[in-house]
Design a protein around this ligand. Structure first.
Ligand SMILES: Cc1cc2nc3c(=O)[nH]c(=O)nc-3n(C[C@H](O)[C@H](O)[C@H](O)COP(=O)(O)OP(=O)(O)OC[C@H]3O[C@@H](n4cnc5c(N)ncnc54)[C@H](O)[C@@H]3O)c2cc1C
Length: 318
């Protein structure tokens, strides 16, 4: 019997004519070189404090490169941020990073807070302009304050040789006249002494990868770490995204549609979405991730697991 040669193009079809399923990002070998950082916000009650500390203890064995603590809009959490950062520094082996903003304080006040951090052994600051305080919708630099994040970075560097992270916006900051002007601003922050940028959250990985290409072309060489937000409350994230200019793709709205009263199902969807996002980024060479934990550990722990980031048996939180 003579064998017929298979026409090109249909060699991989099944007997039913089905094309092979392309490789899933999640099926690739586990990455081995991933490092992660976690962001928390300072608690405002005893109960919230318990949730935060149990989350920190759960995530600590993943050996994050640092954990950061946010600074409330308008500088409203100055004490609480400071206390949380100090407690992390004094009671765990984690490296804390303190967020600091320009809002609601003079340059002298900001410098004093920074000096206090430095003297307490906290040498990493996430330097931000900050959002306008509640009740005002337009940012107004304070007369005797740092006007923008680039000014704050320069000021912090005058105080001490801090490691400084700054914010980056793959979809451009909502107040920026153009993406190019916003990228110039990021460059100014790096040139002033920042050593890393952390991005606003995003859901289209292409958006981030293109932004990375533009940043590299603009001569920005520091790590631009993707900020990953596991979405447990889709409604709230959709509202916030509209304000901060992060696009919610239609496919994502479809994934969460009908789950408003299904918190457990939402969690599963959120974990699988963020894990897929991270694995796809990893397949594109990204090996640093910053997680907006919302003070909850379970989703971040699972996503890190799927990124090959596993607990170090000898590492303890406290
Ligand atoms: C990773 C991350 C962490 C954050 N943590 C906090 C936090 O803890 N607390 C908090 O309150 N907020 C936080 N934010 C939100 C942040 O404060 C807001 O997004 C804020 O609106 C911009 O801060 P920025 O540091 O990016 O500002 P900047 O880099 O100063 O830029 C802000 C805007 O001003 C423009 N601009 C810059 N310089 C000038 C200039 N000289 N003249 C005119 N326009 C200028 C920029 O293009 C941009 O549109 C965080 C954001 C991110 C991404």
């Amino acid at each position: 019997m003579t064998r017929k040669s298979t026409p090109p193009g249909i060699m991989n079809l099944s007997s039913r004519g089905r094309a092979p399923v392309s490789e899933l990002a999640i099926a690739a070998p586990l990455p081995r070189d991933v490092s992660v950082s976690f962001e928390f916000f300072p608690p405002d009650s005893e109960k919230a404090s318990e949730v935060l500390w149990s989350s920190i203890q759960r995530l600590a064995p993943l050996n994050p490169s640092y954990v950061s603590v946010t600074y409330g809009a308008g500088g409203t959490t100055r004490e609480r941020t400071h206390n949380t950062v100090s407690r992390i520094r004094n009671e765990t082996r984690l490296a804390p990073a303190a967020h600091l903003t320009c809002v609601g304080a003079s340059r002298d006040e900001v410098d004093a807070v920074a000096r206090q951090y430095w003297d307490a052994g906290v040498h990493h600051i996430v330097a931000l302009r900050g959002d306008p305080p509640k009740g005002t919708d337009r940012y107004q630099p304070q007369k005797d304050g740092y006007a923008y994040a680039a000014d704050l970075v320069a000021g912090l560097k005058r105080v001490a040789d801090f490691q400084i992270s700054v914010a980056a916006y793959p979809e451009a900051h909502p107040e920026a006249p153009s993406a190019a002007i916003d990228l110039d601003n990021l460059k100014r922050k790096i040139d002033a002494g920042a050593t890393e940028a952390i991005t606003q959250f995003f859901f289209n990985i292409d958006t981030y990868l293109r932004f990375l290409d533009r940043a590299r072309a603009a001569g920005i060489t520091v790590p631009i770490v993707p900020g990953i937000l596991p979405v447990t409350n889709f409604r709230r994230v959709a509202e916030f995204s509209a304000r901060c200019g992060a696009e919610i793709p239609t496919w994502m709205a479809d994934l969460f549609a009908g789950l408003d009263d299904e918190p457990e199902a939402r969690k599963l969807v959120a974990a699988s979405l963020a894990a897929e996002q991270c694995r796809a980024l990893s397949a594109n060479g990204v090996n640093q991730f910053h997680f907006y934990t919302m003070n909850r550990a379970d989703l971040c722990f699972a996503i890190c697991h799927m990124l090959g980031v596993r607990p170090e048996p000898a590492t303890k939180a406290a």
